[in-house]
Design a protein around this ligand. Structure first.
Ligand code: CP3
Length: 346
């Protein structure tokens, strides 16, 4: 089975190898855009559902069955390992992660403990079940990058300005580095657990890194993300590194140790590959809002993304960020079929 997955269009595109068609999957493909997801989640909290391997397996498989995507992504959340590390938090519907007592001092940092695979045994179990069910379809594991995780821990929840996060970064570099380095250890352990259990690729989500200048990213964030990505260099699976609003960070995010750089919709892929360089594949980057503009626009814009993606050594088609809950799932199904057909070898 392993060799079939290694030879899948998704893994081959990540490695810059030739493919029978451009592979496609969607960030947040499992979730509220699917009625079958809303039904199965009824009355079960987000974190509780992430800890139930039977539910994780079913929810992860839902978009694979429905859309015929080229990869599954494990149903979980970036804060799952943080909760396992001892932080009291919840995922509030419509808001996101909320931390009961934010981390702002060296004393607070003691509440964030290292994790081992045993602390997330439910993830190992879910990945094993999924690998058995998925056959030739690769499973993507993921984690939040140290900066994005730190932003939730320091702010206490979602933020527009990252004021407290940046204040700590500039004013208390020792505490900042201690926090990000502990988060890097947790992230590394969480990704290792998923790889050991059988995922075929990993994606490191630094969703909010776009709040930083390149200089600040390189000084305060990149070393920690690089320790995660380079710590997996021997693992033998492609590493995808993604953030939103990262036009000025794309080169640095590749240098951190990614095989594939995820690009949002603001930077055309032909431009992005010039920034990232010839050694790395790209993933992206249709604006998730385009899915609301009618099929003719979706098709035209998807063709543009495919054409621009040909400039890169490998291209994994995706949205520029996650599927919005209001998205018509039939448009996603049609988009997958179109990407396969339009990019397929004659
Ligand atoms: O299908 C997939 O992509 C896999 C599942 C997945 C979830 N979260 C499930 C989820 C993944 C990869 C994530 C990652 C994640 N979580 C990120 C990075 C990706 C990104 O979007 O940039 C971030 C920043 C989070 C934190 C988080 N968790 C947010 C911002 C939210 C949304 C809040 C909301 O309700 O709008 C969550 C909750 C969450 N994570 C949901 C899902 C399906 C919605 C919860 C629900 O269904 O009730």
């Amino acid at each position: 089975m392993t060799s079939v997955v290694t030879d899948s269009p998704f893994v081959r595109a990540c490695r810059g190898l030739d493919v029978p068609h451009t592979p496609v999957w969607f960030m947040r493909q499992a979730g509220r855009s699917l009625p079958e997801y809303r039904k199965i989640r009824e009355g079960i909290g987000m974190l509780d559902s992430c800890r139930r391997p039977d539910l994780v397996t079913e929810i992860t498989l839902q978009p694979v069955r429905r859309h015929n995507v080229d990869a599954a992504i494990l149903f979980s959340d970036i804060v799952v390992p943080i909760a396992a590390a001892g932080i009291d938090l919840d995922i509030v519907a419509g808001t996101g992660p909320v931390v009961a007592s934010p981390i702002r001092t060296a004393d607070d940092l003691r509440r964030l403990q290292p994790i081992t695979s045993d602390d997330v045994g439910f993830v190992t179990e879910a990945v094993r079940l999924l690998v058995g069910e998925l056959g030739a379809t690769p499973l993507i594991g993921f984690a939040g990058a140290p900066f994005t995780l730190a932003s939730y821990l320091i702010e206490g929840g979602p933020s527009r300005t990252y004021l407290k996060t940046k204040a700590m970064m500039y004013a208390a570099p020792e505490l900042w580095n201690a926090l990000l380095s502990r988060l890097a250890d947790i992230t590394l352990a969480f990704l290792r657990t998923q790889i050991d259990a059988g995922v075929s690729a990993v994606q490191l989500f630094d969703s909010w890194a776009g709040a930083l200048s390149e200089a600040d990213y390189r000084e305060h964030v990149l070393p920690h993300s690089a320790r995660v990505l380079q710590g997996l260099a021997d693992a033998g699976v492609p590493r995808i590194h993604f953030g939103v609003g990262t036009a000025v960070l794309l080169r640095a995010m590749g240098e951190a140790g990614a095989d594939v750089v995820g690009v949002d919709w603001r930077t055309p892929l032909d431009q992005a590959t010039g920034i990232v360089g010839p050694d790395r594949s790209l993933q992206g980057n249709l604006d998730p809002a385009i899915l609301f503009a009618g099929w003719d626009v979706v098709r035209r814009e998807a063709d543009r993304v495919l054409a621009q993606g040909r400039a890169a050594p490998g291209h994994v088609f995706n949205l520029g960020h996650g599927v919005m809950p209001e998205t018509d799932p039939d448009v996603l199904t049609r988009l997958v079929a179109h990407v396969h057909e339009a990019s397929g070898r004659a």
